[in-house]
Design a protein around this ligand. Sequence first.
Ligand code: DGL
Length: 262
Amino acid sequence: MNNNPIGLFDSGMGGLSVWKEIRAALPSESLIFFGDGVRCPYGSRAESEVLQFTVEAVERLIAEGCKLIVIACNTATAVAIDYLREHYADIPFVGLEPAVKPAALTTKSGVVAVLATERSLSGRLFVQTSAKYADKVQIIKSVGHDFVEIVEQGEECSARAEAAVRAVIEPIIEAGADRIVLGCTHYPFLRTTIEGVIGDREVEIIDSGSAVSRRVAQLLDENNLRAAEDHTPDYRFITLGDENYLKQLQRRAYGCCSKEKA
Ligand code: DGL
């Protein structure tokens, strides 16, 4: 069991940002990444659909023998994590949540921005977490319009990406935010473009990647599930998309994130 894989699930390629962190932090662990790829984006879909798609993916990852599952998608976590923990009590789950806490605790301006999908920002998890800090800091909620599509199409370095990022980031900075939380696993692929728009202004970008890999390690230890140190890991990718999508997933997991740099 211990050498069985860790499963990761996302609506598409975004969860690869989490896959990379886990692979780097836990080099003996085999990983299976399930990127839907056909029904992405999930962020503007009905809760019932996101729940159904997530349950289907989890069933598949369990059938593949996964010992722990990471819902590498903030949107699917917001909708489905309670259901999954209740209905698959034998499997440890790690979900993705916007890293509001480190942003709220370190902001100097008292204004933080959270970028995420509509579904994540309206979810109970986010509403509860942000309420904890609402009396201390101002939290600006912002949807990264077109961000997910840009990443799925490998256009992070395009003029389209720069315009989409500028349209979202400029108003946030003008409103005084000095911390920008990336609350969607697709958004770290746009980090360089976001940094370009920020320029030399004192604004820090925060994502959940390293916190998630630490949580995975902790849960493996708690459940005595760590792979043997000398285990040679195996990396597999599953998608509902076509052969070409599968190739994109593999290419982007190991390499760069854009068409231009391919
Ligand atoms: N990557 C996902 C997230 O973290 C979902 C993006 C989408 O499918 O809309 O929220």
